[in-house]
Write a protein that binds this ligand. Sequence first.
Ligand code: MG
Length: 378
Amino acid sequence: MNRRKFLVGTGLGLIAASAPISISAKGKATKKVAKTGKLNLSFAPYELQLRHAFNLARYSRTTTPDVQVQLEYDGIIGYGEASMPPYLGESVESVTKFLSSLDLSQFNDPFKVEDILNYVDNVAPNNRAAKASVDIALHDLLGKIMGQPWYKIWGYNPDKTPVTSFTIGIDTEEVVRQKVKEASPYKLLKVKMGLDNDQETVEVIKSMTDVPICVDCNQGWTNKEHALEMCYWLKERGCIFVEQPFDKTMIDETAWLRERSPLPIIADEAFQRLPDIVKFKGVYDGINIKLMKSTGLHEAHKMVTLARALDMKVMIGCMTETSCAVTAAANLSPVVDYADLDGNLLISNDRFEGMTVENGKITLHDIPGIGIKPIKGK
Ligand code: MG
């Protein structure tokens, strides 16, 4: 049984819930809930503790701010989550302010997804993680009402999920070695780049394992000739793609590199929402979709379709998140080229069980909704 004190957002603003919400493993409220025929949103901050300090080309951190969300309809609870890595500009304060401004009780039919999410999207600009938390909770709720997981509702074959990469951050050789050992169950390693010792880091990893690598520069490279040399060098060392090599504003340099690179170039920080993708034709080979950028599953699903129509590769990624948002994203994984869904593995205080990684491959389970169960006592 999961007893947490949540804040309840009402049309009147934030109030503390009069009693903790009790939720069974199946996501059904154990307390008798009156059938109101209305959507009730509740939420609470939850700080994610990282197993290792997370070092990227531009900053380092040991925690990630997060807000956990519940959406209740006639006694059935959908779970959602907003994860806010600081560089994306959202915070616990901005997310709780946004969520408390919503009045979802005006909707008496949770299946009016377009109406509900258009309303949420138009309350205020930006706030993408906050919007994603509502979208994810709504999908979890609807899947539970229908009694099916979303990958089945979309008609996807769970046998076609890809392997997921496991991230090796920028760190000392000793920590890199430790992380490579921890990553032994994984069949693809993502190496964070952007410092002077990029090649040394790759050499250390390749001295310990034969699994393929991919690299994420997080906008850290600055010189296009150096980047092209690195792409050839990395290809010889089993690299399969390069993510966000340059600053997102360096469009011409990225297109130059893409034309010459032996490795696909994937966009991440360069885009957020669906309309951003059209301008990437000829600049990037593919896109890294994350629910905290796309405002959730509804738009992420449309992004996959659009990218395919543009003959682009698709990757599904995540932030540091609990298994809630990571498993939600995993429902799309049977139709993507690459997956980077290790955000739940990078934290020590997950609240949910969801998708698992077996032999390095994303494994979806037959759990209605987004496919998660709360962990007892969390
Ligand atoms: Mg990235």
